[in-house]
Design a protein around this ligand. Sequence first.
Ligand code: FDA
Length: 310
Amino acid sequence: MYAGAKAFFYALSRSALLKRLASRYGLATSESFASRFIAGETIETAIEASRRLQTQGFLITLDHLGEGVDTIDAAAAATREYVRLIDVIVASGIERNISIKLTQLGIDVDRATCIDNLRRILEPAARHQCYVRIDMEHSAYTERTIEIFETLWEQEYRNLGLALQAYLYRTENDVRRMNELGARVRLVKGAYKETAAVAYQRKDEVDAAFVRLARQLLDAGTYPAIATHDPGVIDQVRSHATTSGIASDRFEFQMLYGIRRDLQASLVASGYRMRIYVPFGRDWFPYFMRRLGERPANVGFVVKALFRER
Ligand code: FDA
């Protein structure tokens, strides 16, 4: 049932027609529809949301939504938007931290162009001490994403980190690879539809892998980001950190905007670092569909929101 829903929404997330309709329909027309999970369509609304979160004690990372770009021009436009985002972040005084996807920067078009685009973002980011995290996408991109990360790491870009997905069998090796570099990893369970040839399919297997990998990252001491809303997994990570004497400022938790706000607040109240991933922009449809697929109950929420404003 759970896997079925995930597959269904993943298929919808890839529909070009629905994506076009969604960005035309717009977030603004419904206060509590996708806007529960997305901090508006403009940089300004996202900055405002980030400011609010920071006053509540959260750290933030901003994601200008977009993915699956298939022309050089579109990749260049997305790159310019990110460069502009860095300027606006710096001017606004909010925390300097962004998340990006390589399919947004043209990895499907041409590897060299994608690397150039990433460098165009990393340079102003480094100048302004802005941290850049590369999101991890479908497994078709995993190796290429890690290789691009390593290329830039070798070129001394150190304001750069990477997400790895616990559901992939290969991640055990990738964690080792990143630990050897001393690179910072954001560990997530994984949001895409993957086959049993490459990924664990059962929730208990994914959870066990997550906890195992989180321990390896914590023990390596590279300031990992533990990105999950799963209270059981979070408890296991907390107790490993406590018993191993790893202080709460040696890692951070991360959660998505609008998801488990109760847990977000309680972790901050307990003295942990908690970073909220704040997505914004017109291209919100695929991101939103993945959030629906993770929790079918969200569909009920959406339907209710269509009839009743909160
Ligand atoms: P799980 O799905 O088991 O959910 C545990 C509990 O969390 C649920 O019982 C529910 O209470 C709550 N919950 C989870 N998802 C919810 C939702 N959509 N709506 C409401 N409640 C929900 N993935 C990826 O493949 N590449 C990436 O780069 C990233 N980046 C990323 C950054 C950050 C900061 C986070 C938190 C997550 C990602 N992800 C990601 C997404 C990740 O892979 C995963 O799909 C989601 O976090 C959901 O999995 P959980 O770990 O929360 O566990």
